[in-house]
Design a protein around this ligand. Structure first.
Ligand SMILES: [Zn+2]
Length: 294
C-alpha cells in the first residue's frame, strides 16, 4: 500500500522515539516505585557494627596497642536523577549470628547487625533490584557482605582489586565467597583512572590504592552540602587521619601514603567534608536514615 512520504517520516520518527525510550530504560534498569529525584542525595545506612578488644591492627607504629574500640559499618545509597548507587555492602544481613561470629571471632572482633539493608531500602520503596550500580571501596569482608543481593545491578569493580583478592593467598580480610556474585552480574571494570558514575561529575570513584590493591574512595558534589568524600578504609579513625597512621595489614605502605596525600589535597582544595566510614562519630553526624544530605 502506498504511503505519503510525510506519513512514513512520522512512522520513522515514532519508531526512533520508542527505541530511544527503551534504550534509556535498559541503560539504567527498570525504574522502581520510589519517586525519582531531581538532585543528588546521600543516604547513610546502618549495615552493622564492630567491637574490637584491641585496635592494634590499625597502626603499625603502636598508637592503638591494647586499646578497645568501636566501629560503624555503613552502607551508602546515592540517589541521582539518572539512577541509584550503593557504595559498600556492609557485614551481610543473612550472616547475622553464628556465621558472623565464625568470621570475626578469630580476628578478636564482635560483629553485630541490628537492622537489615533490605528493610532500610524498603523504607524508600526500593529493593536491590532497583539499584543500577554497586560500587565497593575494596573487597574486605566488612564491605561486601550484602553484595550478592545486587544480582541485577552493574558492579563497578577495580580489576587490580579483584585480581589481588582472588589470587593472593596472603590477602588478609578477604572471603571470596562473599563477593562471588560479580561472576553472574554485569561488571564495569575500572582501571587506574577515576570513574564518573553518572557522567556529570557529581559522583566519582577516586582511585586511592594502598589499603588494598585497588582501594577507592567516593567523591560527591551535592547542591546544598557541597563536596563530600567517603573514605572507604583509607582512614579507619580520626587519629589515622590526623597522624597519617597506616595499619600493619595493608597492601602497600607507599601507595597508602600517596593516597593520603591525594585525598588531603582534594579535601583542602574543594573545602570538602570527609566522612571516615568506620567512624561512629562521622556516621552519627550524618542525617539519620531516611533523612539524607543533598
Ligand atoms: Zn578494609
Amino acid at each position: 500500500m502506498f504511503r505519503s512520504p510525510a506519513s512514513l517520516w512520522r512512522r520513522l520518527a515514532a519508531s526512533l522515539l520508542l527505541l530511544a525510550c527503551s534504550m534509556a530504560t535498559t541503560a539504567f534498569g527498570a525504574k522502581s516505585v520510589a519517586s525519582p529525584v531531581t538532585s543528588v542525595r546521600l543516604y547513610a545506612i546502618d549495615c552493622g557494627h564492630l567491637s574490637f578488644k584491641d585496635m592494634a591492627m590499625f597502626s603499625d607504629t603502636g598508637e592503638f596497642d591494647g586499646q578497645q574500640g568501636e566501629m560503624a559499618v555503613p552502607c551508602f545509597l546515592i540517589r541521582h536523577p539518572k539512577g541509584d548507587l550503593i557504595w559498600d555492602a556492609g557485614l551481610g544481613d543473612d550472616l547475622a549470628g553464628p556465621k558472623l561470629d565464625a568470621l570475626y571471632a578469630p580476628l578478636g572482633v564482635k560483629a553485630t547487625i541490628k537492622t537489615t539493608l533490605i528493610s532500610q531500602l524498603s523504607e524508600l520503596k526500593l529493593t536491590p533490584d532497583d539499584i543500577e550500580f554497586l560500587g565497593i571501596s575494596h573487597l574486605h569482608l566488612d564491605h561486601v557482605g550484602n553484595s550478592h543481593l545486587f544480582k541485577h545491578s552493574t558492579w563497578l569493580l577495580n580489576r587490580k582489586e579483584v585480581a589481588w583478592a582472588t589470587t593472593d593467598a596472603s590477602a588478609a580480610g578477604i572471603v571470596p565467597d562473599l563477593f562471588s556474585g560479580y561472576r553472574d552480574a554485569k561488571v564495569e571494570w575500572l582501571g587506574d583512572n577515576d570513574h564518573d558514575v553518572f557522567g556529570d561529575g557529581s559522583v566519582r570513584i577516586l582511585r586511592a590504592p594502598g589499603h588494598t590493591a585497588g582501594h577507592a574512595a567516593l567523591i560527591l558534589k551535592l547542591a546544598n552540602a557541597g563536596t563530600v568524600i567517603l573514605s572507604g578504609d583509607l582512614y579507619h579513625t580520626h587519629l589515622n587521619h590526623a597522624k597519617h597512621l597506616v595499619p600493619p595489614y595493608n597492601y602497600s605502605r607507599a601507595e597508602t601514603l600517596a593516597s593520603f596525600d591525594r585525598i588531603e589535597k582534594l579535601l583542602a582544595d574543594r573545602h570538602a567534608r570527609l566522612v571516615i566510614q568506620h567512624s561512629p562519630e562521622d556516621f552519627a553526624a550524618l542525617p539519620k536514615f531516611p533523612a539524607y544530605l543533598d
